[in-house]
Design a protein around this ligand. Structure first.
Ligand code: SF4
Length: 479
């Protein structure tokens, strides 16, 4: 038996869903006696929770594993293990290509993560994950999936009182959770997987079919998060608009939102990953008129040319998307609306790009992510004809990014004089505070600098917008 507890560091890449998964892994490890450390150099084993969505994210993940691997033999670090979407998606292929990683584990290894890591640092080997299409692991009929016994990362069953757990570990009847950041915002999983078939996307193959978490589990975890410092709950999934479809209620999100907002200690609830094709008036109403739910719409339009959207196996066009945005802004003019778009999709013409520019100009979104198309292994689009040359894709990304930055800056200027509620996330020694207004989600939508007042992290402060810098705002705290 080691004289001191074994130490593990979790390095999380990718999105809010990965953040939740890392906290589940941390909870399991802490509950089994591991000491959690922040710096991989202080750990016996560094666990890199990878992202496998697109090329750039894959490269970041591999670079991070290589970086951690350089620590081995230079101090305490004895092993580096890859988990997460890239590991799940490529498994043994990744292990063969990346010998610097001591193991490549899949989602099915999460329940036994402590044993896996112990075997590795005791000099044993753990076979690399063998990827498979996770959609085949659950019944086709959504209503039959709840009975599935497959462990789904981050789906932590309801929290019940369990005595004598180490500080900071969430009591739960299933896998515990540990908060790895003390910030005022916490990601909370609503569901996992996706039943849509967008031709450019591989996510359903490695995250599986759509499965909702039971409201009681989501609420129990929300209470625990609030007791542990979360003021804003950032609801994540692959497709939040489908929440409840496998629980017999397609409008379950409209019911759950006010319940989450009523959790003691929670100031804000934010929904992410909304599918335009599944938006409905009752959901627009719930998000724009429920006390404690921020009027924020993360709508991934991806494009607005009808012909390109059809090749993506997606619904919609410029007219219908602008009508949806109009419906939202009539309900709440200050609502935040963000989106991602892909340019350079196979078959995209200059007319299609012009159509997308027309949409962005009409939409005046608060934040826009512009991505260049690239073939993804195992996707339908990888086999499509009409591939756009890489140089043309790059040129279109630059052109649309310039346009989007200009429009987003104008939209921010529209907010001059507006009163916003800012959740403070950091305070400088000179008192300058940084945070996010209701239309700004973590990491992707810009931030707000608040002047005036002695502010603290986690405080929700009312302020008047007095300046802008691109998507960022500057605001004066209202006395
Ligand atoms: S909605 Fe489309 S893009 Fe999003 S996860 Fe599902 S298949 Fe992928």
């Amino acid at each position: 038996m080691p004289s001191s507890p074994r130490r593990v560091a979790l390095v999380t890449l990718g999105c809010g869903r990965n953040e939740v998964d890392s906290e589940e892994l941390a909870g399991r490890l802490a509950a089994d006696g591991w000491e959690l450390v922040v710096d991989a150099a202080d750990a016996d084993v560094a666990v890199v929770n990878t992202c496998g969505f697109v090329e750039a994210a894959k490269k970041d993940s591999i670079d991070t594993v290589l970086e951690a691997a350089q620590l081995k033999g230079n101090g305490r670090t004895r092993a580096v293990v890859a988990v997460g979407c890239l590991a799940e998606r490529y498994g043994e292929t990744l292990a063969d290509a990346l010998p610097e990683a001591d193991a490549v584990l899949g989602f099915d290894d999460y329940e036994s993560i402590s044993d896996r890591l112990r075997t590795i640092i005791d000099g044993g080997t753990v076979p690399a994950h063998v990827p498979r299409d996770r959609r085949r692991l659950l019944p086709l009929a959504p209503s039959e999936r709840q009975a599935g016994t497959q462990h789904i990362p981050g789906h932590i069953p309801g929290h019940v009182a369990v005595p004598d757990l180490p500080d900071g570990v969430a009591p739960a009847s299933g896998p515990p959770r540990v908060r790895l950041s003390a910030g005022p915002t916490a990601a909370l999983k609503l569901a996992s997987g996706c039943d849509r078939r967008c031709t450019f996307c591989a996510i359903p193959s490695f995250r599986g079919s759509f499965v909702s978490r039971r409201p009681s589990d989501v609420l129990a975890e929300a209470r625990w998060l609030a007791e542990n410092g979360a003021r804003e709950l950032f609801l994540v999934s692959e497709n939040s608009t489908s929440y409840g479809k496998d629980l017999g209620d397609l409008r379950l999100l409209e019911t759950l939102l006010p319940e989450l907002a009523a959790v003691e200690g929670v100031d804000r609830v934010r929904v992410s990953y909304l599918q335009p094709a599944e938006m409905r008036p009752s959901l627009v109403d719930a998000i724009t008129s429920t006390e404690g739910v921020v009027p924020y719409f993360d709508l991934s339009f991806q494009h607005s040319s009808a012909s390109v959207l059809r090749r993506m196996r997606r619904f919609g066009d410029t007219g219908r998307f602008l009508a949806l945005i109009e419906t939202i802004r009539v309900a709440q003019p200050a609502a935040g609306i963000r989106s991602n778009v892909i340019v350079g999709f196979p078959g995209e013409t200059e007319d299609d790009v012009a159509e997308l520019e027309r949409f962005l100009i009409g939409a005046r979104l608060d934040a826009v992510g512009v991505f260049g198309y690239s073939d993804e292994d195992g996707t339908e689009a990888a086999g499509l004809d009409g591939k756009v040359e890489e140089a043309v894709v790059r040129e279109r990304v630059e052109r649309l990014t310039r346009l989007a930055d200009e429009l987003v800056a104008q939209r921010a200027e529209d907010r001059l004089g507006e009163t916003v509620d800012v959740l403070i996330e950091s305070v400088e020694p000179d008192g300058t505070a940084e945070g996010r207004a209701a239309h700004q989600a973590p990491e992707v939508d810009g931030s707000t600098t608040v002047r005036g007042g002695r502010l603290v992290v986690g405080q929700l402060v009312r302020a008047t917008v007095v300046g802008t810098d691109g998507a960022d705002l500057v605001a004066e705290a209202v006395a």
